[in-house]
Design a protein around this ligand. Structure first.
Ligand code: C2E
Ligand code: CA
Ligand code: CA
Ligand code: CA
Length: 280
């Protein structure tokens, strides 16, 4: 069933999370979808807050379930992670996004080129050949590494510090940039920001919502200042109102994404957004 509240997503019944049978079925369905092109990548544009021009896109996975309809990644990513399916699935998203990103380089309005952001989950960092696979995908698709951003949550950085650090350094040595997703919601410790080779902080949507609610702006301000002092870029997630955009710009945040600009859309729709902007 589709409801307005879930933005068009089908909902798994809460009880399904608990039922072993349902979980096994979910896993089987995920596996089948991976074999049968059941997934799709949508793209949400990132905008420069001053010029309001598109500077990048975030790739967001969509599952078109044969009977349940569009299923939210919030529902199936955890299952994909616990089964390890996130590894092949994550590489599939990466390859799709890099290929699409390469195709967009010709029409991107920004001379620096459109940045392509892809989410990486903790389970993928345990994959022994991850760095080789990423390098191969860049080579095959022809996307320049400097156009790729890999996003991971703070939790990833807190786990298994030594090997994680090594892998992140290898990824960054390929020329890829790294972003911390949902920044501020985890165990934000300043020390790991120095320790890890991070380039971008993505300010979590919950803080952006607080801005609109008229609560004080100290938290966002301090995140932006922290980022500036470390030479990091800031991206605000979940901008839904002009008022939020204005406040974030005043606070010195440079880039944003959110429904105010655009929801995540299929590649063809994003192509139209890029073309339209090119004509402006
Ligand atoms: P995320 O990485 O924090 O992605 C941003 C989420 O916020 C997306 O939800 C996006 O649609 C939503 N969003 C963007 N702007 C707004 C806004 O203005 N208002 C509101 N209410 N929401 C907004 P989505 O696409 O449902 O994805 C949810 C999460 O699923 C992602 O959160 C990410 O953690 C995970 N995910 C999605 N695709 C992938 C993937 O390919 N790999 C991995 N590992 N995780 C993914
Ligand atoms: Ca993300
Ligand atoms: Ca987020
Ligand atoms: Ca998230």
């Amino acid at each position: 069933a589709k409801t307005a509240r879930t933005g068009g997503y089908a909902f798994f019944e809460p009880a399904m999370h608990d039922g072993l049978v349902e979980r096994v079925r979910l896993e089987e369905d995920l596996r089948a979808a991976l074999d049968a092109d059941g997934f799709e990548v949508h793209y949400q544009p990132l905008f420069a807050l001053d010029s309001q021009r598109v500077t990048g896109v975030e790739a967001l996975l969509r599952w078109n379930h044969p009977t349940r309809g569009l299923v939210s990644p919030v529902e199936f990513i955890p299952a994909a992670e616990s089964t390890g399916l996130i590894r092949p699935l994550g590489l599939w998203v990466l390859e799709s996004a890099c290929r699409q990103g390469r195709a967009w380089q010709g029409i991107a309005p920004d001379q620096d080129g459109l940045k392509i952001s892809v989410n990486l989950s903790a389970r993928q960092l345990d994959q022994p050949d991850l760095v080789d696979r990423i390098a191969a995908i860049l080579e095959q698709t022809g996307l320049p590494p400097c156009r790729l951003v890999l996003e991971m949550t703070e939790g990833v950085l807190m786990e298994n510090t030594d090997s994680t650090l090594q892998i992140l350094n290898q990824i960054r040595n390929l020329g890829i940039r790294l972003a911390i997703d949902d920044f501020g919601t985890g165990y934000s410790s300043l020390s790991y920001l120095h320790q890890f080779p991070v380039d971008i902080l993505k300010i979590d949507r919950s803080f952006v919502q607080d801005l609109a609610a008229g609560r004080d702006t100290a938290l966002v301000r301090s995140i932006v200042q922290l980022a500036q002092s470390l030479g990091l870029e800031t991206v605000a997630e979940g901008i839904e109102r002009e008022q939020e955009l204005d406040l974030l710009r005043l606070l010195g945040c440079t880039t944003g994404q959110g429904y105010y600009f655009s929801r995540p859309v299929p590649a063809a729709t994003l192509s139209q957004i890029l073309l339209r902007q090119r004509l402006e």
